[in-house]
Write a protein that binds this ligand. Sequence first.
Ligand SMILES: [Zn+2]
Length: 312
Amino acid sequence: MKYAIGLDLGGSSIKYGLVGNEGTIVKEGKIPSCADESAEKIVGQLLLAVDTVTQYAKENDMEICGIGIGTPGIVDEKNGIVLGGAENLAEWENIPLAKIVKEHSGLDTYVNNDANVMGLAEARFGAAKGCTDVVFLTVGTGIGGAVIIGGKLYGGYQNRGTELGHFPFVANGEPCACGSVGCLETYASAAAMVKRYRKMYEEKHKSSSPDVDGEHIINLYKSGDETAIAAIDENCNFLGHAIAGFINIFSPQKVIVGGGLTDAGEFYIDKIRDAAMCYVMSDCAVNTTIERAVLGNKAGFMGAVGLCFSSQ
Ligand SMILES: [Zn+2]
């Protein structure tokens, strides 16, 4: 068995794990990322996680073959440099992360975008295990995506692409956090669904909406609340349109959908699947199934480990 260290850097925490090449997690943990302090502090926390895991491996006579890191932002994955674009991490640009971590640990280090590594995790160890061609979407505050073609992460030239959440979904639509307008995530993220629910509630009741989140709306949906049903129906319909587009372009074996709302139950993915299959070109979808992600919040560090095993 080969083992590697996976690090999943997020806005509030770093999740880490020591994982075998078959996907067995032998150690995992979480420490604060200190994302709002400085790049130096964030790097310090990453190295602290590395030290914790290497110490554990040493005590248990386990050999580590490398380190993988998933980070928000645009990543030059060939050189392991974070280029920028991670708005919730202080000073997180032009960081030669692979070099820093390798110099500290003596281990080969691989870095890629966080949504990309989550997709890789599902393809290697999770819901799309055994598939070579996969489209992955994570639907939360925003929408992240990954595309795996021929068993490899596809990122476009210099790994600057596959921003599936920023596919222009509505021409001249609502402003998006990325600076453009009409992006998919502006319409179909969990945050967008909550916003739509509140708007529909206010129109219907002529009073301000209670403070609700996605989970609350799912519960209302299950209890038959009309506004919640309309908001969820619309969200699944939007995602279905987008997924139909991705199937028409990539014709993957599986489309995997992850993120908070997919924990709501199989009904949510069923609705997305029904919508997607309504809009897709059927010839493009003959080999495609749409399924729920299974790795949850372990997908980040498991996919990071996948970067090591894919490179060796
Ligand atoms: Zn956008």
